[in-house]
Write a protein that binds this ligand. Structure first.
Ligand SMILES: [Zn+2]
Length: 324
Protein backbone atom coordinates (compact mmCIF):
# COMPACT_ATOMS: atom_id res chain seq x y z
CA UNK A 1 0.00 0.00 0.00
CA UNK A 2 1.30 3.48 -0.84
CA UNK A 3 1.77 6.05 1.88
CA UNK A 4 -1.15 8.09 0.49
CA UNK A 5 -3.39 5.02 0.17
CA UNK A 6 -2.55 4.16 3.77
CA UNK A 7 -3.71 7.64 4.81
CA UNK A 8 -6.95 7.31 2.86
CA UNK A 9 -7.66 3.91 4.37
CA UNK A 10 -7.72 5.60 7.77
CA UNK A 11 -11.01 7.27 6.88
CA UNK A 12 -12.83 3.97 6.57
CA UNK A 13 -11.32 2.84 9.84
CA UNK A 14 -13.64 3.72 12.67
CA UNK A 15 -12.09 2.44 15.87
CA UNK A 16 -13.49 4.29 18.86
CA UNK A 17 -11.51 5.07 21.97
CA UNK A 18 -12.46 6.65 25.29
CA UNK A 19 -10.71 9.77 26.54
CA UNK A 20 -8.18 9.95 28.04
CA UNK A 21 -6.49 7.34 25.85
CA UNK A 22 -2.91 6.14 25.64
CA UNK A 23 -1.42 3.62 23.22
CA UNK A 24 2.06 2.17 22.99
CA UNK A 25 3.33 0.87 19.70
CA UNK A 26 6.26 0.57 17.37
CA UNK A 27 6.60 2.03 13.90
CA UNK A 28 7.52 -0.73 11.50
CA UNK A 29 8.44 0.12 7.91
CA UNK A 30 6.90 -3.04 6.49
CA UNK A 31 3.49 -2.26 8.05
CA UNK A 32 3.09 1.34 6.83
CA UNK A 33 0.35 1.80 9.40
CA UNK A 34 -1.81 4.85 9.85
CA UNK A 35 -3.27 5.18 13.31
CA UNK A 36 -6.84 6.41 13.28
CA UNK A 37 -9.25 6.88 16.18
CA UNK A 38 -12.74 8.26 16.64
CA UNK A 39 -13.44 10.10 19.88
CA UNK A 40 -16.46 11.95 21.24
CA UNK A 41 -16.18 15.49 22.52
CA UNK A 42 -18.64 18.00 23.90
CA UNK A 43 -18.84 21.61 22.88
CA UNK A 44 -16.32 23.50 25.01
CA UNK A 45 -13.70 20.77 25.18
CA UNK A 46 -10.31 20.81 23.52
CA UNK A 47 -8.83 17.63 22.08
CA UNK A 48 -5.09 17.29 22.55
CA UNK A 49 -3.05 14.71 20.65
CA UNK A 50 0.57 14.09 21.56
CA UNK A 51 3.09 11.56 20.33
CA UNK A 52 6.37 10.73 21.98
CA UNK A 53 8.75 8.66 19.89
CA UNK A 54 12.13 7.08 20.53
CA UNK A 55 13.39 8.05 17.11
CA UNK A 56 12.85 11.78 17.49
CA UNK A 57 14.25 12.76 14.09
CA UNK A 58 11.46 11.27 12.01
CA UNK A 59 8.49 13.33 10.89
CA UNK A 60 4.96 12.79 12.13
CA UNK A 61 1.74 13.95 10.52
CA UNK A 62 -1.24 14.50 12.79
CA UNK A 63 -4.70 15.49 11.62
CA UNK A 64 -7.84 16.24 13.61
CA UNK A 65 -11.15 16.18 11.75
CA UNK A 66 -14.78 16.51 12.77
CA UNK A 67 -17.63 14.42 11.39
CA UNK A 68 -20.68 16.20 10.01
CA UNK A 69 -22.49 12.88 9.75
CA UNK A 70 -21.36 12.00 6.23
CA UNK A 71 -17.88 13.33 5.76
CA UNK A 72 -15.01 14.61 7.84
CA UNK A 73 -13.98 18.25 7.84
CA UNK A 74 -10.37 19.09 8.71
CA UNK A 75 -9.99 21.09 11.94
CA UNK A 76 -6.22 21.07 12.41
CA UNK A 77 -3.05 19.70 10.88
CA UNK A 78 0.31 19.47 12.62
CA UNK A 79 3.20 21.72 11.64
CA UNK A 80 6.38 20.12 10.29
CA UNK A 81 8.40 18.78 13.20
CA UNK A 82 5.51 19.02 15.68
CA UNK A 83 4.56 16.10 17.91
CA UNK A 84 1.46 17.73 19.38
CA UNK A 85 -1.83 19.02 17.98
CA UNK A 86 -4.96 20.53 19.51
CA UNK A 87 -8.43 21.34 18.23
CA UNK A 88 -11.39 22.88 20.02
CA UNK A 89 -14.84 21.32 19.84
CA UNK A 90 -16.98 24.21 18.66
CA UNK A 91 -19.84 21.70 18.33
CA UNK A 92 -20.36 18.43 20.19
CA UNK A 93 -19.79 15.33 18.10
CA UNK A 94 -17.41 12.72 16.77
CA UNK A 95 -13.84 13.69 15.97
CA UNK A 96 -11.26 11.69 14.07
CA UNK A 97 -7.57 11.67 14.90
CA UNK A 98 -5.13 10.42 12.26
CA UNK A 99 -1.47 9.86 13.04
CA UNK A 100 0.98 8.82 10.34
CA UNK A 101 4.75 8.68 10.52
CA UNK A 102 6.98 9.34 7.53
CA UNK A 103 7.59 6.37 5.23
CA UNK A 104 10.11 3.96 6.72
CA UNK A 105 9.67 5.21 10.31
CA UNK A 106 10.93 2.94 13.07
CA UNK A 107 11.06 2.74 16.84
CA UNK A 108 8.70 2.83 19.79
CA UNK A 109 6.10 5.50 20.29
CA UNK A 110 3.42 6.51 22.75
CA UNK A 111 0.24 8.24 21.59
CA UNK A 112 -1.87 10.14 24.11
CA UNK A 113 -5.30 11.64 23.48
CA UNK A 114 -6.69 13.97 26.13
CA UNK A 115 -9.63 16.29 26.46
CA UNK A 116 -9.31 19.55 28.32
CA UNK A 117 -11.76 22.33 29.16
CA UNK A 118 -11.52 25.26 26.74
CA UNK A 119 -11.69 27.88 29.50
CA UNK A 120 -9.96 28.63 32.78
CA UNK A 121 -11.94 27.89 35.94
CA UNK A 122 -14.07 30.98 36.75
CA UNK A 123 -13.43 31.17 40.50
CA UNK A 124 -9.87 31.63 41.80
CA UNK A 125 -8.50 28.69 43.79
CA UNK A 126 -11.55 26.52 43.10
CA UNK A 127 -12.22 23.52 40.86
CA UNK A 128 -14.79 20.90 39.89
CA UNK A 129 -15.85 20.18 43.48
CA UNK A 130 -17.14 23.74 43.95
CA UNK A 131 -19.71 23.29 41.15
CA UNK A 132 -22.84 22.27 43.02
CA UNK A 133 -25.75 23.13 40.80
CA UNK A 134 -25.84 22.11 37.18
CA UNK A 135 -27.33 22.97 33.81
CA UNK A 136 -31.03 22.15 33.49
CA UNK A 137 -31.84 22.08 37.22
CA UNK A 138 -35.44 23.13 37.92
CA UNK A 139 -35.99 26.77 38.88
CA UNK A 140 -39.12 28.59 40.11
CA UNK A 141 -41.07 25.35 40.54
CA UNK A 142 -40.42 24.21 36.96
CA UNK A 143 -41.24 27.50 35.22
CA UNK A 144 -37.67 27.74 33.97
CA UNK A 145 -34.55 25.64 34.04
CA UNK A 146 -31.09 26.58 35.20
CA UNK A 147 -29.17 28.05 32.27
CA UNK A 148 -25.75 27.77 33.86
CA UNK A 149 -23.83 26.28 36.75
CA UNK A 150 -23.41 27.56 40.30
CA UNK A 151 -19.95 27.63 41.83
CA UNK A 152 -19.83 28.00 45.60
CA UNK A 153 -17.06 29.95 47.32
CA UNK A 154 -16.58 32.37 50.19
CA UNK A 155 -17.82 35.91 49.77
CA UNK A 156 -15.10 38.02 48.18
CA UNK A 157 -13.31 35.19 46.35
CA UNK A 158 -12.00 36.58 43.02
CA UNK A 159 -13.98 35.73 39.90
CA UNK A 160 -11.77 35.63 36.83
CA UNK A 161 -11.90 36.06 33.07
CA UNK A 162 -12.05 32.51 31.69
CA UNK A 163 -10.75 33.67 28.31
CA UNK A 164 -9.32 36.78 26.66
CA UNK A 165 -12.03 39.18 25.60
CA UNK A 166 -13.94 42.41 26.13
CA UNK A 167 -16.35 43.39 28.89
CA UNK A 168 -19.64 44.24 27.22
CA UNK A 169 -21.72 44.97 30.31
CA UNK A 170 -21.04 45.43 34.02
CA UNK A 171 -23.62 46.60 36.57
CA UNK A 172 -26.52 45.61 38.82
CA UNK A 173 -29.67 44.40 37.07
CA UNK A 174 -32.61 42.16 38.05
CA UNK A 175 -32.30 38.61 39.28
CA UNK A 176 -28.61 38.30 38.42
CA UNK A 177 -27.74 41.20 40.74
CA UNK A 178 -24.23 42.58 40.26
CA UNK A 179 -23.10 41.02 37.01
CA UNK A 180 -20.44 41.08 34.34
CA UNK A 181 -20.70 40.05 30.68
CA UNK A 182 -17.54 39.11 28.84
CA UNK A 183 -17.41 38.64 25.07
CA UNK A 184 -14.63 36.15 24.28
CA UNK A 185 -12.23 36.92 21.45
CA UNK A 186 -12.41 33.44 19.94
CA UNK A 187 -15.67 31.71 18.93
CA UNK A 188 -17.59 34.83 20.06
CA UNK A 189 -19.27 33.47 23.17
CA UNK A 190 -20.77 35.72 25.85
CA UNK A 191 -19.83 34.79 29.38
CA UNK A 192 -22.24 35.74 32.16
CA UNK A 193 -21.09 36.13 35.78
CA UNK A 194 -23.94 36.81 38.27
CA UNK A 195 -24.62 37.42 41.98
CA UNK A 196 -21.26 39.21 42.43
CA UNK A 197 -20.53 41.02 45.67
CA UNK A 198 -18.39 43.58 43.84
CA UNK A 199 -17.54 44.26 40.21
CA UNK A 200 -13.89 44.88 39.24
CA UNK A 201 -14.24 45.90 35.56
CA UNK A 202 -16.13 48.35 33.38
CA UNK A 203 -17.90 47.95 30.09
CA UNK A 204 -15.36 48.32 27.26
CA UNK A 205 -12.39 46.95 29.23
CA UNK A 206 -10.18 44.39 27.52
CA UNK A 207 -9.28 41.46 29.74
CA UNK A 208 -6.85 38.60 29.60
CA UNK A 209 -7.48 35.10 30.93
CA UNK A 210 -7.06 35.15 34.70
CA UNK A 211 -7.84 38.85 35.21
CA UNK A 212 -10.22 39.52 38.10
CA UNK A 213 -13.63 40.70 36.87
CA UNK A 214 -15.41 40.69 40.24
CA UNK A 215 -15.87 38.92 43.57
CA UNK A 216 -18.23 36.14 44.68
CA UNK A 217 -21.36 37.34 46.48
CA UNK A 218 -25.10 36.76 46.77
CA UNK A 219 -26.68 39.77 45.08
CA UNK A 220 -29.85 39.63 42.96
CA UNK A 221 -32.19 36.72 43.66
CA UNK A 222 -29.42 34.94 45.60
CA UNK A 223 -29.84 37.56 48.37
CA UNK A 224 -29.82 35.91 51.78
CA UNK A 225 -28.58 32.60 50.31
CA UNK A 226 -25.15 31.00 50.12
CA UNK A 227 -22.47 32.98 48.33
CA UNK A 228 -21.91 31.63 44.86
CA UNK A 229 -21.14 32.55 41.29
CA UNK A 230 -23.78 31.83 38.68
CA UNK A 231 -21.76 31.13 35.52
CA UNK A 232 -23.42 31.05 32.11
CA UNK A 233 -22.31 30.89 28.47
CA UNK A 234 -24.36 32.18 25.55
CA UNK A 235 -23.81 31.67 21.84
CA UNK A 236 -25.76 33.26 19.02
CA UNK A 237 -28.19 30.32 19.37
CA UNK A 238 -28.81 30.91 23.10
CA UNK A 239 -27.56 29.44 26.36
CA UNK A 240 -25.22 26.45 26.21
CA UNK A 241 -24.17 24.07 28.96
CA UNK A 242 -21.03 25.67 30.45
CA UNK A 243 -19.84 22.54 32.25
CA UNK A 244 -17.58 21.04 29.52
CA UNK A 245 -15.94 24.47 29.09
CA UNK A 246 -14.63 24.47 32.68
CA UNK A 247 -14.74 20.91 34.03
CA UNK A 248 -11.32 19.28 34.23
CA UNK A 249 -11.26 15.53 33.64
CA UNK A 250 -8.46 13.06 34.24
CA UNK A 251 -5.60 13.35 31.77
CA UNK A 252 -3.02 10.81 30.72
CA UNK A 253 0.63 11.81 30.81
CA UNK A 254 3.50 10.47 28.76
CA UNK A 255 4.63 7.01 29.79
CA UNK A 256 7.52 4.69 29.11
CA UNK A 257 7.54 2.58 25.95
CA UNK A 258 7.47 -0.80 27.73
CA UNK A 259 5.00 -3.09 26.02
CA UNK A 260 3.35 -6.33 27.06
CA UNK A 261 4.22 -8.01 23.74
CA UNK A 262 7.46 -7.13 22.01
CA UNK A 263 6.49 -8.60 18.66
CA UNK A 264 4.31 -7.92 15.62
CA UNK A 265 2.65 -11.27 14.94
CA UNK A 266 0.32 -12.73 17.54
CA UNK A 267 -1.80 -15.85 17.40
CA UNK A 268 -5.34 -16.25 18.73
CA UNK A 269 -5.48 -18.79 21.58
CA UNK A 270 -7.73 -21.85 21.69
CA UNK A 271 -10.96 -19.93 22.25
CA UNK A 272 -12.45 -17.71 19.56
CA UNK A 273 -11.58 -14.11 20.21
CA UNK A 274 -14.09 -11.29 20.08
CA UNK A 275 -12.95 -8.30 18.05
CA UNK A 276 -14.23 -4.98 19.33
CA UNK A 277 -14.52 -1.44 18.06
CA UNK A 278 -12.89 -0.03 21.20
CA UNK A 279 -10.68 -1.12 24.11
CA UNK A 280 -13.34 -2.36 26.55
CA UNK A 281 -16.13 -4.95 26.59
CA UNK A 282 -18.63 -2.08 26.43
CA UNK A 283 -17.62 -1.42 22.81
CA UNK A 284 -19.46 -2.98 19.90
CA UNK A 285 -18.40 -6.44 18.74
CA UNK A 286 -17.25 -6.21 15.13
CA UNK A 287 -16.18 -9.75 14.51
CA UNK A 288 -14.38 -12.83 15.75
CA UNK A 289 -10.99 -14.35 15.13
CA UNK A 290 -10.61 -18.11 15.02
CA UNK A 291 -8.13 -20.09 17.12
CA UNK A 292 -4.70 -20.19 15.52
CA UNK A 293 -5.36 -17.15 13.34
CA UNK A 294 -2.56 -14.62 13.16
CA UNK A 295 -3.16 -10.94 13.88
CA UNK A 296 -0.76 -8.05 13.49
CA UNK A 297 -0.15 -6.07 16.65
CA UNK A 298 -0.28 -2.31 16.04
CA UNK A 299 -0.47 -1.00 19.58
CA UNK A 300 -1.35 -1.69 23.19
CA UNK A 301 -3.73 0.08 25.55
CA UNK A 302 -3.40 -1.53 28.98
CA UNK A 303 -4.74 -5.09 28.53
CA UNK A 304 -6.31 -4.32 25.15
CA UNK A 305 -4.47 -4.80 21.90
CA UNK A 306 -4.97 -2.75 18.75
CA UNK A 307 -4.64 -5.31 15.97
CA UNK A 308 -5.14 -5.81 12.26
CA UNK A 309 -6.54 -9.11 11.06
CA UNK A 310 -5.38 -10.95 7.92
CA UNK A 311 -8.40 -9.52 6.10
CA UNK A 312 -7.24 -6.01 7.03
CA UNK A 313 -9.86 -5.27 9.71
CA UNK A 314 -8.68 -3.06 12.58
CA UNK A 315 -9.99 -4.03 15.98
CA UNK A 316 -9.25 -4.34 19.66
CA UNK A 317 -8.79 -7.73 21.24
CA UNK A 318 -8.13 -8.55 24.88
CA UNK A 319 -4.53 -9.61 25.60
CA UNK A 320 -5.66 -12.79 27.39
CA UNK A 321 -6.98 -14.15 24.06
CA UNK A 322 -3.68 -14.09 22.18
CA UNK A 323 -0.22 -15.62 22.46
CA UNK A 324 3.13 -14.94 20.85
ZN1 LIG B 1 -27.30 29.71 38.96
Amino acid sequence: MSWQAAYESAFSDSLSVPLPYGEKGRFQPELDVVYSYNVGLEEGQVLQVEIAQENTAQRLFIDILQSDGNTYRSLAKSQPGATKLEAAAVFSGIFKVIVQAEAGATGNFFISLNKKPMYAFPVAGKGNAAIQSFWGAVRDGGKRSHEGVDIFAKKGTPVIAVSDGTITRAGEYGIGGKQVWLRTSIFGKSIYYAHLDKIAVESGNSVKTGDTVGFVGNTGNAKGGAHHLHFGIYSAMGAVNPLPFIFRTQEIGQQDYARRFDTTALRIREARATLRLGPATSFEKIGEAAPGQTVTLLGQHNAWLHVRTISGVRAFVHASLVKV
